[in-house]
Design a protein around this ligand. Structure first.
Ligand SMILES: Nc1ncnc2c1ncn2[C@@H]1O[C@H](COP(=O)(O)OP(=O)(O)O)[C@@H](O)[C@H]1O
Ligand SMILES: [Mg+2]
Length: 283
């Protein structure tokens, strides 16, 4: 059995009259990346706040590293790291001093700072005031701070939102590296491509409930009701065919005549699945 680092059962959260979370169920297994996906306002940040002891749920149960969410206090910060959109840096302190400050707070030997700075590509900027870093460099510093004490679980709230594509790719690379080293990651995003690439499991959150849950490719295959094929022939023409006896005949004929340049099956993406399940576009 996989060890569960987070389990969420029938979790609900009401603000005033409105239930933001109605009945949320999900789990993060040790060593996995779980993606919590949903449009803006779906309740992703609210869920992270409940799991990190910043908000109490209205009902239901969530456990993080075996601790019930209404019992979580600051002691959990030794075991988890958090990156949110309000995570900042001390702009006037140098890059190095930013990490030194947190190393002291978290009882991390200072000798671990330079290797970490090298790893995230900020070593040559270590003496710069953090306020002078680019957006991508700042995000890497924030991430470095969150992993300085080698937490068991890393919570990331939309870690690439607002980053340019190449910086987002760098963040993805780091997250996969951390996962390979055994870190468990709870990630929220509204970027379905990011989720497909990074996550072992995803939970699609819509109107307070999880409408789909599973491995990205399993979810996509489940919605692959009508199989479609894209065929490019050696004469350069492109053909989209829906699965049918006639289409199979046609493809077989092209193959026999050696006229097929490329052939692909077109599975739905998480994006199209979300549209189909909820009737909503993600923004
Ligand atoms: N402290 C709060 N008080 C009242 N409403 C809140 C509070 N925090 C969040 N909300 C509301 O809950 C909903 C979900 O918010 P949030 O969890 O931030 O969504 P997401 O992170 O998925 O964009 C939004 O409608 C938001 O306005
Ligand atoms: Mg949010």
């Amino acid at each position: 059995m996989n060890e569960q680092y987070i389990s969420i059962r029938h979790l609900s959260k009401r603000f005033d009259k409105d239930f933001v979370l109605k009945d949320v169920n999900a789990a993060l297994n040790k060593g996995e990346i779980l993606g919590f996906l949903g449009p803006s306002g779906a309740g992703k940040t609210t869920t992270i706040k409940i799991l990190t002891g910043q908000l109490l749920p209205t009902s239901g149960d969530a456990q993080v590293l075996g601790i019930a969410c209404d019992k979580i206090d600051e002691r959990i910060y030794e075991q988890i790291g958090i990156v949110t959109d309000v995570s900042g840096v001390y702009e006037r302190m140098s890059v190095y001093d930013n990490l030194k400050y947190f190393a002291r707070l978290l009882n991390v030997p200072l000798s671990e700072i330079n290797p970490l700075l090298k790893r995230i590509g900020l070593y040559e900027h270590r003496k710069k005031p953090a306020g002078k870093l680019s957006k991508g460099q700042t995000q890497r510093l924030i991430l470095a701070r969150a992993i300085l004490h080698k937490p068991k679980i890393l919570f990331l709230d939309e870690p690439t939102s607002g980053l340019d594509p190449s910086t987002a790719l760098e963040v993805h690379r780091m997250l996969l590296e951390l996962k390979n080293e055994g870190m468990s990651i709870f990630l929220t995003t509204h970027n379905m491509e990011e989720a497909t690439k990074l996550c072992d499991h995803v939970a699609l959150l819509n109107e307070g409930v999880i409408v789909e849950y599973g491995a990205p490719e399993d979810i996509c295959l489940k919605y692959n009701k009508v199989k479609k094929y894209k065929v490019q022939l050696t004469d350069g023409t492109k053909h989209f065919l829906k699965h049918s006896p006639e289409a199979s005949e046609q493809i077989a004929l092209w193959l026999r005549e050696d006229r097929v340049e490329t052939i692909h099956s077109c599975e739905p993406t998480l994006e199209t699945v979300f549209l189909e399940v909820t009737g909503r576009e993600l923004q």
